[in-house]
Structure formats: C-alpha cells, structure tokens
Design a protein around this ligand. Structure first.
Ligand code: UT7
Length: 330
C-alpha cells in the first residue's frame, strides 16, 4: 500500500488498576444510596480505589512500565513524557516530572496536560503535532487520575461515580497506514462552574474557610453535565469521522469516555452502532476520568479483539467543558 499521509501510532499500551475494589454494596453503607440506583442511573457496579499511600505518579509509573515492556523498550528510549491528569501529585511540579524521577529518565522534557476527562484525547492530539513536527520521536503518554482523593464522601450525587486508574501509550510515527487518522476538539469555558474543583488554586487559595466550605472536593451539577456530554460526544464522534472520510458503518469499535452507561449508549446510537461495537468497562471501574479510554483500549487489545486495519473511534467529554474525538486505524 502506498503511504499517503503521515500518522502517529500507538506502539504499545499499559495499564495499572489499584487492587482495592469498592462495590455498590460498600457505598450503601456509606451514604443514602442503593445498588439499584447506581446500576440503573450509571451502569457502575464497582470501582478501584488507590491506597492511602499511593499517589498519581505511582499509578502512572506502573502503567508506563507495562507499556515500555510491551513495546520492547527501556525508559531511556523515551524522549518526552506527557501526563494527562486532573489529580496531580502536587500543583507543581508536574506529575510528569515525578514520573520521570521514578522511572529514572534523565533530562527528557516532561509536562502535564489538564483538560478534564478529555485529557487523554487532547494529549494525543498534542503528541501528534510534536511527533510529526520532529520535536519528539517517541512519547510516553499517560492518562491517570485518583479521583477518590478529591471526592466528597458525604455527597451521594458524586461519590458513587468515580474510580482510580492509569493507562499508558507509547506513541511514535507510524510506518504504514495504521495510526491516528483524524481528530476533532473543542471547549466551552462559559460552563466551567458545572464541573469543578474550586479550592487550592488562585481563585480560592487553601484556607480554613475553603476546607470548611468543602471547596477542595470535586463538585458537579450532574444532570446539566449529562445533557452537554450526550450532545457533544455524539457531535464530536461524527465530526472526526467526517474529517477522516469514514462512514459510520465502517467503524469497528467505539471507545467512549466511561462516565455514565446512558451517555455511552446515546453516543453509540448517534453512530447507529450495534452493542457489540461499543466498548464498555464502566461496570468494573466507574469513571476514572482521563484513564477510561486508555484502559478500555488496552483491554480490547488484550482480549485479542483488535485486528490490523480496524477502525476505532474514541470520544470524550469533561470539565471545562472540553470534548474531543479521534479516529484511529489499528
Ligand atoms: O466525566 C466527566 C463528565 N461527567 C459526566 O458526564 C457525568 C454526567 N452526569 C451523570 O452521569 C448523571 O447526571 C448522574 C449519574 C450524576 C446523576 O444521574 P441523574 O439521572 O442526572 O440524577 P439527578 O442528579 O437528576 O438526581 C435524581 C435523583 C435526585 O433525587 P430527587 O431530587 O429526584 O428526589 C437525587 O437526589 O436521584 C437522587 N440521587 C441519588 N439517589 C440515590 C442522586 N444521587 C443518588 C445516589 N443514590 N447516589
């Protein structure tokens, strides 16, 4: 086949999921909720939870090591570390720098990208630009979040939703037609307050008052976010397909951000896809924010479901609001 356009490809993937499992039955003992409510409204049955000692870079490093091993690479083969997260180890330095230290990689550029739950796809788009421009040759991209450490465990509207995890991709230029074909991204900052962690930044610097007002916890107007997510994810997926010149019928797998099974189903319907083409892992892991898409893609590949040439659509929506989609040929 004659190569017509340059692409980046995912050379290898890795994941890390904390051992501790928090079930809906566990949550029934913590807040006024029920397995029935959580299952029917969200599709979640259980989620993973980082230990007290684990920080975001620990999860990230574990996923990175797996991706490096599967790619047949050593840490020093990486020339840029990009971490997409909303829950950094520290406000600064970047979690990517903590990851660099733990991996023992010296002097490669390392930075974080924050774009709500859309962070992985935003970072993929940035990585494409860096690789195709020659700025970086091989990028370690990690999508990671520990949302359970910014969760208000007294708020039943949010505490049942989230889980922790990490997924990593090793990205490099493709030498054939496989790889990222098209993408689409957008944001609407006018709706920023609907999904926010208000405290600890310059808007509400940490103080006794911010702690009392619970401003260091994630806060969300769930039903508002829901409506925007359904609209934007459907539109974004269709737009990336249009830009790729690929019809809905040609899609082999849709990997949507896993925030709510009803949002996932609505996005699948927008693309007229049968259930078996829609990748769902929310029942096992809940909403792991940036980590949902890389973990789902890794598991799909692990299960042996992906064949060369197949078309995958990834799409996400999150705080910002932000949204993005990508069409990828495996
Ligand atoms: O990842 C980034 C993007 N995030 C999302 O996309 C999340 C989008 N939003 C959602 O997934 C849904 O809005 C939720 C799952 C968060 C909530 O579902 P909903 O169908 O929108 O419920 P609601 O917030 O409108 O609440 C309906 C009722 C309320 O009771 P009343 O006022 O009708 O009596 C809530 O108090 O459900 C109640 N409720 C609960 N009941 C039992 C809210 N949380 C719970 C709960 N258990 N955990």
């Amino acid at each position: 086949m004659i190569k017509t356009k340059r692409h980046i490809r995912i050379r290898s993937t890795g994941v890390y999921l904390p051992d501790r499992v928090l079930t809906n039955a566990d949550l029934e003992k913590m807040v006024d909720t029920s397995d029935e409510w959580i299952t029917t409204r969200t599709g979640i049955k259980e989620r993973r939870m980082a230990s007290k000692e684990q920080v975001t870079s620990d999860l990230a490093v574990n996923a990175a090591r797996m991706a490096l091993e599967r790619g047949g690479l050593k840490a020093e083969d990486i020339d840029l570390i990009l971490v997409a997260t909303n829950t950094p180890d520290t406000i600064f330095p970047a979690t990517a720098c903590w990851v660099q230290k733990k991996l023992g990689i010296k002097e490669t550029p390392a930075f974080d990208l924050e774009a709500g739950c859309t962070g992985l796809l935003y970072a993929l788009i940035v990585a494409e630009g860096l690789i195709l421009s020659g700025t970086a040759r091989r990028i370690l991209l990690i999508g990671v979040d520990i949302l359970t450490k910014i969760t208000n465990w007294e708020d039943r509207g949010t505490c049942v939703l989230f889980g922790d995890g990490a997924g990593a991709f090793i990205l490099e230029e493709s030498d054939d037609e496989s790889g990222l074909i098209s993408h689409f991204w957008g944001a609407d900052g006018s709706l920023a307050e609907l999904l926010i962690l208000p405290g600890g930044g310059t808007l509400y610097p940490a103080s006794e008052d911010t702690v009392k007002k619970k401003l260091h916890y994630l806060s969300m107007k769930g039903n508002e976010v829901f409506k925007h997510a359904v609209k934007r994810m459907g539109e974004a997926a269709l737009e990336a397909l249009k830009q790729a010149g690929i019809e809905k019928e040609q899609v082999d797998y849709l990997i949507p951000h896993q925030a709510n099974l009803r949002i996932i189903d609505a996005t699948g319907e927008r693309l007229n896809l049968p259930k078996e083409k829609i990748v769902v892992s929310i029942h096992k892991y809940g909403n792991m924010s940036v980590a949902t898409i890389p973990v789902a893609l890794h598991e799909l590949a692990e299960e042996g479901k992906l064949q060369k040439g197949q078309i995958i659509v990834m799409v996400a929506f999150g705080a910002g609001f932000t949204w993005a989609s990508a069409v990828y040929r495996w």
